[in-house]
Ligand binder design. Structure first.
Ligand code: GLN
Length: 480
């Protein structure tokens, strides 16, 4: 039995029936890793011994007829920007290449309480800056669907791991699209929850007003299950929302009757690859046949989202990354005459090109004299974008558009042109600026390369987007 192919939901049932053991599941996933990891390179660190130990503990519990959680014994991959106590956490950066945290992030702790089996830490764009996982200082991850192409980014390692069956489920982080875009490009499900729903404590900060952790899974059911176990208030994160989270699996119903879907015309216009556009149109047809009302709408300021994001995100990053100075964390330059030279050399040697570009941009945008012209202006745009969404949601329950304007591009194709790379996120960035929940699910292929459908909901309305995603998944696979 190829256990690595199964979903968390299926494996949980097999574990409960005692027809497989957690150890067998774990070994199956590692056999797949041994087979493909050389080519795909999803991981920075593998934690096989720890995983097997945990799996055996779960088997003991099952043997003793103890209650197990839906995630007990399920192999999970964690993006390498989430702190894991005693386990290397690099953010795919040279500057953290030797950093072993003394604590775990809240999400990781919550998952460990559920007895997940952590397979390893996944590769990413350095400090989550990028859309292709080519900005990793440990080399790129490749798209398992086509090894000559990128898996998307920055959570490319997590998306590739799930798509290649090197993990059953995974966690990513999304600041401007980094969960949804790689999920789309690898043909898996990825969700960015509402800003503040999942604790960011122990997530190495990129842009704190945008960052959010979320699930990457093989299907919508697993997405709801994983979400159930990472949400919830955390006093250690001052932006954490105090809310009673529902059981998201209750939203897994095949019913969109009377549901109002808005399709923003700006995000279905030029720049969207024709095959992507027609796959999304086809998905809308599937949903309207299932009873939803589909109508065109508008997000008039979405054209400015990218520009605003590339001021706000680098501004916050330049401040967040000031802590990596060779004193407190990770790498320090070998030789220096004084402390200023030590800072300079450490940061010059430790950070990659894209990270330096963002620090320069952000510092410039925040400098006296330019602050109002750039940062102040970008914040105003952000408010206009939030207003656009609020207006659209007066009339619609969800908004639907592509996740990525194109399918996976070739490795190397956009590295030398940062603006081209930034354009990969035109459809995802507005959602982060507004702090809204969004999911990307597979909705077809162009030349065998996966296409992602993006479904956006009102704040804290994860249930509605899960319902729409689930309905689409059921009706689409029936047709396929
Ligand atoms: N690609 C975008 C960027 O480079 C988004 C990254 C992310 O969501 N972490 O900033």
């Amino acid at each position: 039995m190829d256990l690595f192919k199964k979903t968390a939901f299926e494996l949980h049932n097999l574990l409960k029936e005692k027809s497989v053991s957690a150890e067998e599941i774990c070994k199956s996933v590692f056999s797949k890793i041994n087979e493909v990891e050389d080519k795909v390179k999803s991981y920075v660190t593998l934690t096989e011994d720890l995983a097997l130990k945990k799996a055996k503990e779960v088997d003991e519990k099952i043997k003793n007829d103890e209650e197990i959680s839906p995630l007990s014994g399920i192999p999970i991959a964690i993006k390498d920007n989430m702190c894991t106590k005693g386990i290397l956490t690099t953010c795919s950066s040279k500057i953290l290449s030797n950093y072993i945290p003394i604590y775990s992030s809240t999400v990781v702790e919550r998952l460990f309480e559920q007895d997940v089996v952590m397979v390893g830490k996944t590769n990413m764009d350095e400090f989550a800056m990028g859309s292709s996982t080519e900005n990793s200082s440990f080399g790129p991850t490749r798209n398992p669907v086509d090894l000559g192409r990128v898996p998307g980014g920055s959570s490319g390692g997590s998306a590739a791991a799930v798509a290649a069956d090197e993990a059953i489920i995974a966690l990513g982080s999304d600041t401007g699209g980094s969960i949804r875009q790689p999920a789309a490009l690898c043909g898996v499900v990825g969700m960015k929850p509402t800003y503040g729903l999942v604790s960011r404590y122990g997530l190495v900060a990129f842009a704190s007003s945008l960052d959010q952790i979320g699930p990457i899974t093989k299907d919508v059911t697993d997405c709801a299950i994983l979400l159930n176990h990472i949400v919830g208030y955390d006093s250690k994160d001052s932006t954490s929302i105090k809310t009673e989270a529902p059981d998201y699996t209750k939203a897994l119903v095949n019913n969109v009757k009377g549901l109002r879907i808005g399709v923003p015309k700006e995000l279905m216009a030029e720049g969207i690859q024709p095959e992507v556009k027609s796959a999304v149109e086809n998905a809308l047809k599937v949903l309207s046949e299932a009873g939803a009302c589909v109508e065109e709408t508008t997000l008039p300021h979405s054209d400015y989202a990218l520009s605003a994001y590339y001021i706000i995100a680098p501004a916050e990053a330049s401040s967040n990354l000031a802590r990596f100075d060779g004193v407190r964390y990770g790498y320090r330059t070998k030789e220096s005459d004084d402390i200023i030279e030590m800072y300079k050399k450490t940061r010059s040697e430790g950070f990659g090109k894209e990270v330096k570009r963002r620090i320069m941009l952000g510092t410039y945008a925040l400098s006296a004299g330019y602050y109002e012209a750039y940062y102040g202006q970008a914040q105003k745009i952000r408010t206009l974008i939030i207003d656009d969404f609020n207006k659209a949601f007066e009339k619609f329950d969800v908004l639907i558009f592509p996740t990525s304007p194109t399918v996976a591009f070739k490795i190397g194709e956009r590295v030398s042109d940062p603006l081209q790379m930034y354009l990969s996120d035109v459809c995802t960035i507005p959602v982060n600026l507004a702090g809204l929940p969004g999911i990307s699910i597979p909705c077809g292929k162009a030349d065998n390369l996966p296409i992602g459908l993006q479904i956006i909901g009102k704040s804290l309305n994860e249930e509605t987007i899960l319902k729409v995603a689930y309905t689409f998944e059921q009706n689409f696979s029936l047709k396929a």
